[in-house]
Design a protein. Structure first.
Length: 155
């Protein structure tokens, strides 16, 4: 029964992603592709002639029924990987996705280990000393006299 529920949930979640793959929109692809001549701008942010030409090409490909992957592959073959706003999630480019995650998890682990060590390191207990009211320790003669006086009051 649980397996069936998980399968239904997976299908419900996968349906929008599949629909987006098969029927992409210009707005969706504009945010996923970079302008080839504007530094650091996506197609959605750029009004350059090159960006306008690529947007028109994307509209033609959508009208022709191409999927999101097919459109991206066509643009990558024409402009290179620099046209992608995010690196692909396979091969060597996967490092760009995994390295920040590994760094954050590694940093958290190091902080956890350090915090654990800090809580375990305690200052040594001070050796008990007798102090007088003026803050100086009593000498052996003073301590003996104090003990005698206290014994007189107790007795």
């Amino acid at each position: 029964m649980r397996l069936l529920a998980v399968a239904v949930a997976a299908l419900l979640l996968a349906a929008p992603a599949l629909a987006s793959e098969q029927h992409p929109t210009l707005a969706e692809l504009e945010g996923q592709l970079m302008c080839p001549i504007c530094e650091g701008e996506t197609l959605a942010q750029s009004d350059s002639p090159a960006a306008q030409r690529i947007k028109a090409e994307i509209q033609e490909r959508i009208a022709a029924g191409d999927s999101r992957s097919e459109i991206k592959q066509r643009l990558v073959s024409e402009w290179g990987k620099r046209i992608l706003a995010a690196p692909p999630r396979h091969g060597f480019d996967l490092i760009a996705w995994l390295l920040p995650l590994v760094g954050v998890l590694g940093g958290a682990a190091i902080l956890g280990i350090l915090a654990w060590g800090w809580t375990r390191a305690r200052e040594p207990e001070p050796t008990p000393q007798r102090w007088s009211q003026n803050g100086h320790p009593l000498g052996p003669d003073e301590e003996r006299r104090l003990d005698e006086e206290l014994a007189r009051f107790d007795g």
